[in-house]
Design a protein around this ligand. Sequence first.
Ligand SMILES: Cc1cc2nc3c(=O)[nH]c(=O)nc-3n(C[C@H](O)[C@H](O)[C@H](O)COP(=O)(O)OP(=O)(O)OC[C@H]3O[C@@H](n4cnc5c(N)ncnc54)[C@H](O)[C@@H]3O)c2cc1C
Length: 489
Amino acid sequence: MANYDLAIIGGGLNGVSVARDAAGRGLRVILLEQGDLGRAASSASSRLIHGDLGLLERRALLRVRAALAERDLWLRIAPHLVRPMRFAIPAHSDERPSWLLRSGLWLYDRLASSSRLPGSATVDVTHHPIGNALKRPFGTAFEYSDCVVDDSRLVIANAVDAAERGATIRTGARCVRADRLEVWRLAVVDRGRRQVITARALANASGAWTASVAETILRMPPPRAGVVQISQIVVRRLFDTDNVYVFQNVDRRLIFAIPYERDFTLIGTVGHAFKGDPAAVSMAAADVAYLCDAANRYLRERVEPSDVIRTISGANMVMNPLSKRVARDGTMMFDARGGKAPLLTIFGGDVTTSRLRAERAVSKLTLFYPMSPRWTAKTPLPGGDFAWPRFDAEVDRARERWRFLSEREAQRLVGAYGSRLADVLGGARDRADLGPAFGPELTGTEVRYLMTKEWARFPDDILWRRSKLGLTMPAGDRAALAAFMVKAV
Ligand SMILES: Cc1cc2nc3c(=O)[nH]c(=O)nc-3n(C[C@H](O)[C@H](O)[C@H](O)COP(=O)(O)OP(=O)(O)OC[C@H]3O[C@@H](n4cnc5c(N)ncnc54)[C@H](O)[C@@H]3O)c2cc1C
């Protein structure tokens, strides 16, 4: 008998979503991630949970409607990680005419007709806070609702839920060979040690590595797909309002400027076909300049390449890279021909529809194993068992219980752990109970929690994926954090 019903290669959003779904349906699951969870494309997204206006413009209405339904579902199952925002598109006289934007958003509202989020509106920016950040000539903007997510914490929350439902999650574990016999026989290198495991079915969810995993590890023909690189920049906060700005660029692309970790703004995206090692993806100077120019067409405060604090790039597989046609929303292939052990291949697609994609993928296995019905649409992710309009009330509750927390700390902690904050802070009565401090916000207690419950092994796992505290942590504190983590192992 095989050790597992399903082995998954890849701990990005697709891999952990499949792990969560399958473990909750009763399968014995193992997930293998060669580095840290979400370390590749899944922590490099532009963080949007949306119906996607680009798809609306290309008339992919059914896809927009499905994504909008998922958007609202995320608010119900992950209210700590997903935040509703008002998005603002300034009308630009050289770009799409106002009537087109207005009617497009009217349609967007209709496609989200059961949503509780407010619908679109036309705003006179000369008398509205949205206008404060914009250059003078802009008179009108169009507002609508969509959401923003903490993408890397979404990965972790899925993995935590999968593990609590029985899945084995192994980070730092690279699958180096997979033989397809009656069952799958996988060779795994984990911290220098080679080990063999067996599984009845295999999912290749290795993102930009999907083709090379197929060719070199599974020794099968790779899917005929290309790799695209998408990049973004982080600059200091450029506007005071809690809006996402959507800028129509000269090439008709929509560029988003998103409030990021309170003190920063994320501007993106720019994309290209990519060749090379996905682990070494980086942003070209010309792409940085492109995003600065796009923002400078609209924003009063100029953004120069020298203002860029961090660039974020990710690579992923898509079936028709950068084609003008509507790309498929991710790809899922299933192969069990001739009674062979089943193989699922799943890559690409939006963050917004990742839950649905995983649900459909795992459902393919119902032909082979008895399993319980679909469940992920109705069950909150860990920490998400409160109604999203109560987020601020949860923050207040946290400050009542842990009186030493500032408003800013409580916002971050509730945004990361939701109703599970007590598991992190426990019975701490004052700051001293939380152990050493690293930078203005991270404490020894939180670090220990992340190491024991969320697979963090190295400082970057905490500073850039479990949180974004790397943006504000001084170099000396990083060194202290590294030393603390070595001792805490
Ligand atoms: C820059 C960027 C911006 C995006 N923005 C958005 C957005 O705003 N909204 C939206 O909805 N979607 C967005 N997307 C799409 C979405 O983020 C991705 O499609 C999704 O995160 C991909 O997840 P994945 O699991 O397929 O890949 P990845 O996250 O890349 O995960 C694959 C994992 O497989 C691991 N792996 C590879 N080989 C092995 C092996 N042999 N053994 C073990 N592990 C292995 C890798 O280490 C990696 O962690 C964006 C994508 C990118 C790249």
